[in-house]
Design a protein around this ligand. Sequence first.
Ligand code: CP
Ligand code: NVA
Length: 332
Amino acid sequence: MDFKGKDFLKLLDFTGEEILALIDLAADLKAKKKAGVAHRYCEGKNVALIFEKTSTRTRCAFEVAARDLGMGATYLDPSGSQIGKKESIADTARVLSSMFDGIEYRGFGQSIVEELAEYASVPVWNGLTDEFHPTQILADMLTIREQFGYLKGIRFVYMGDARFNMGNSLMVGCAKLGLHFTACCPEAYFPDKALVDTCLEIAKQSGATLTFEASPEKAVRDADVIYTDIWVSMGEPVSIWEKRIEELSPYQVNTALMNMTGKDSTVFMHCLPAYHDLCTQVGKEMGEKFGRDSMEVTNEVFESPASIVFKEAENRMHTIKAVMAATLGGVK
Ligand code: CP
Ligand code: NVA
């Protein structure tokens, strides 16, 4: 498969086979890294990393992966660039294309990264938008495959706000790769109907199923993976916390929920960062304000043997490396 010159904006743009090829490449690059085998496939190239929202994993994954591939990386932080304020996306795309071989963008609307890609003459990679977080899903799928040995037929349950980047992207990823996807949340938090319809069409080809369920007990029965994300995403107002806690607390991942699957092999996943205790500024502030010691997942589950969140975080680097190496033509 030849990915050279392609953008990586959302999983909907790729076939299931292409997504699997990127996951295979990531597994190969991970094995090389662990074995100390050099893989400087993009020697001498340079990438620009635009972050209009903050990041730990994605930024570090792009920077380390770029270095491992022999590339230089320039980080443009949420306040330090002209983008959108003094310079349009179209102009930024053309300026950066003249200096860099690839551009990562993390920000708000998906339309922004799509516009950047339209005007850029080098590959553009989506490092998270409000609608999609495609590099995260590559890491999640690699992690699930490492855990279970396969992807097709895995029973995957997403708990919480299924309308935002993580719920949307996980639904697309499961549909493309043949996993059984369940979104478990109040009806108002189900994903957008048009995206659901698109995924239902994709699922017909892959053998995936999509289920939308408000009852946690019904949703998690037989689950192999229980996944959640924060209840208030980057860019959303602080004032929304109270409503989210009220509406999503029945969907918290706790030990009682993990036990409802009826399987000892069920794993817990989270894209991170997570509010599982009061050891963060926001977690503490909101926890104290609303009388809670955790939000979307309890510390007990987060720290339990079922939790594979740190393996998942590590895989961000290997999968992002695969995306850059493939689209920059470093490997086929
Ligand atoms: N999961 C993830 O994207 O983490 P960061 O926000 O730290 O990049
Ligand atoms: N939904 C979260 C994902 C963080 C990786 C956010 O957008 O803040």
